[in-house]
Write a new protein. Structure first.
Length: 141
């Protein structure tokens, strides 16, 4: 289940990176360029990843025996809320007849999307395999 969460995180992060590049290109519309043709696909992929994030986290808690469970549950609630808020913004952008670089730049600046990305960076770091700390040597007292 952690693999599914990691895949969703990667999809959202990859989409954000594409959005940064798209915003920098100064397109007045998403018509007539290769990047313009791709922006809606990246937004859709990010939206799909966000839609399933809450359920993936919910399943991961018991399957992966994440401890302390209460802390993970509390964080997953925050993650779900940030994903829902970001999803609303992305769906609003997708509903527009044209998607300019400026519109994507404003989406990139959204505090909701930035909060979600920060959540994902934190979660990705926490769930990756961690080295086991060495036990201190017994002292001769």
């Amino acid at each position: 289940m952690l693999a599914d969460i990691a895949e969703r995180c990667n999809t959202i992060e990859e989409s954000y990176e594409f959005m940064l590049a798209y915003a920098a290109q100064g397109f007045p519309t998403d018509s007539g360029s290769q990047s313009g043709g791709q922006i809606r696909e990246y937004l859709r992929r990010a939206a799909n990843a966000m839609r399933g994030l809450r359920e993936s986290c919910k399943k991961a808690l018991p399957q992966e025996r994440l401890e302390p469970a209460a802390h993970y549950q509390a964080f997953f609630k925050v993650l779900a809320r940030d994903a829902a808020d970001s999803l609303a913004a992305i769906e609003l952008v997708l509903a527009q007849p044209t998607i300019s670089s400026q519109l994507i730049d404003n989406l990139n600046a959204s505090i909701h999307l930035r909060a979600l990305l920060t959540d994902l960076f934190l979660l990705t770091e926490i769930v990756k395999p961690q080295p086991v700390p060495a036990k201190p040597a017994p002292s001769d007292s």
